[in-house]
Design a protein around this ligand. Structure first.
Ligand SMILES: *[C@@H]1O[C@H](CO)[C@@H](O)[C@H](O)[C@H]1NC(C)=O
Ligand SMILES: *[C@@H]1O[C@H](CO)[C@@H](O)[C@H](O)[C@H]1NC(C)=O
Ligand SMILES: *[C@@H]1O[C@H](CO)[C@@H](O)[C@H](O)[C@H]1NC(C)=O
Length: 352
């Protein structure tokens, strides 16, 4: 243990000493340059016994320049992805110090490509692709996915390649009806902080999502309605769904007859004759269908319409009975049945 510590200290301390000896200062200490742009940096030493300073670089290197304390490196146009310039300072006593200048060469993507429209089915998971063509360096690329204005997901890349690469970012999206019509956008950025304080952004590319889903009712699937006499009722079967649902109504048999002309395949039914009973409506689209029930009853204490209708049927019954009595007198069983039918009437029309 001691060993390692001592050794580590020795290396670290020695390094420091040499560096302190030459007192090299780089300006700027790190460089971020766009591919093709110019680069310039200064290497200075405040040591007293300088023999000379030199730059080594794949482009624009200088030989050892004697008798200077500052030497600048200028590259008119950076045309390589890896340039590792190094400044070296020679002291009169034969010491040489070398200091590299970290350089990041970047390039904005040539293109950002997405599929502008996508149709998805609710509940399923999709991957929305965004392809970023020819960007460098990939490790400084961030892809921001926005949903509307909010950041939804951020992706970064481990790729250490200094030269341009094409990257694919996939957004996992589980389709939900609330996302129908929503724009998701892919916005690549190069984050080159601290040298470039503002990240370099590409124009966001939008993907409009269409979510397909089966009809769903806004109101509960079973409604109880009490109808005051003389009032109009509207049975609302409106359902959301994509594509737009179509509607089919089923009425109690008596009501079906009387409302023949009102039954249209629309979301709201306004029957002219509001007979009590169970009305139902089925909303459908290619992704499914859903049925809603309306139990329609006469409002208590105001049952005149109902009574009138029941009255009509009762009279009809009586008429039939009379006819029966007249024509089937001899058949005792038949008479008896008719009788029980009439006795049953007052119960259903109860408190008239
Ligand atoms: C380098 O030094 C020169 C002269 O001292 C100065 O004009 C120039 O701005 C410096 N360049 C940088 C990048 O610091
Ligand atoms: C997206 O889904 C794929 C496969 O289902 C998975 O491997 C990946 O980690 C997911 N990405 C995110 C960001 O959740
Ligand atoms: C680029 O990314 C690397 C690795 O994530 C990071 O160390 C560096 O600070 C970033 N910026 C520049 C200018 O290289």
């Amino acid at each position: 243990m001691m060993w390692v510590l001592v050794l580590t200290c020795l290396i670290a301390c020695t390094g420091k000493v040499v560096s302190t000896v030459c007192q090299i200062e780089m300006s700027p200490p790190r460089v971020v340059v766009k591919f093709g742009d110019s680069l310039s940096a200064n290497c200075s030493s405040s040591a007293s016994q300088i023999e000379g300073i030199g730059w080594e670089s794949t482009y624009g290197g200088t030989g050892l320049v004697h008798g200077v304390s500052t030497l600048s490196l200028t590259i008119q146009s950076v045309k390589d992805w890896v340039i590792d310039p190094e400044c070296y300072v020679n002291l009169n006593n034969g010491t040489q110090c070398v200091q590299p200048l970290p350089v990041t060469v970047y390039k904005m993507p040539d293109a950002v490509v997405v599929q502008p429209f996508i149709e998805v089915i609710e509940g399923k998971t999709y991957q929305l692709p965004c392809e970023i063509y020819s960007v460098a360096p990939a490790r400084n690329l961030s892809v921001y996915w926005r949903k509307g204005n909010k950041i939804f997901h951020k992706e970064t890349f481990d790729d250490p390649s200094p030269s341009p690469v094409t990257k694919l970012s996939l957004l996992n999206l589980t389709a939900h009806r609330d996302d129908n019509g929503v724009h998701f956008s892919c916005e690549p950025q190069l984050d080159l902080r601290p040298e470039e304080p503002d990240s370099l952004r590409m124009t966001p590319m939008a993907i409009k999502v269409t979510v397909l889903y089966p009809p769903t009712f806004r109101n509960p699937a079973h409604e109880m309605l009490e109808v005051p006499a003389g009032k109009e009722i509207a049975l609302d079967c409106t359902a959301t769904g994509n594509p737009m649902p179509t509607y089919r109504w089923t009425l109690p048999q008596s009501a079906e007859e009387m409302n023949k002309n009102q039954i249209v395949n629309e979301s709201i039914l306004k029957p002219s004759f509001q007979l009590p009973g169970t009305y139902s409506c089925t909303a459908s689209n290619i992704h499914g269908n859903s049925t809603k029930y309306f139990s329609v009853s006469q409002a208590a204490g105001d049952r005149t319409t109902f009574a009138a209708i029941v009255g009509v049927f009762a009279s009809l019954g009586v008429l039939l009975l009379i006819a029966g009595v007249f024509f089937v007198t001899k058949d005792g069983t038949f008479s008896c049945n008719k009788g029980s039918y009439i006795r049953g009437q007052p119960t259903s029309s109860g408190p008239v």
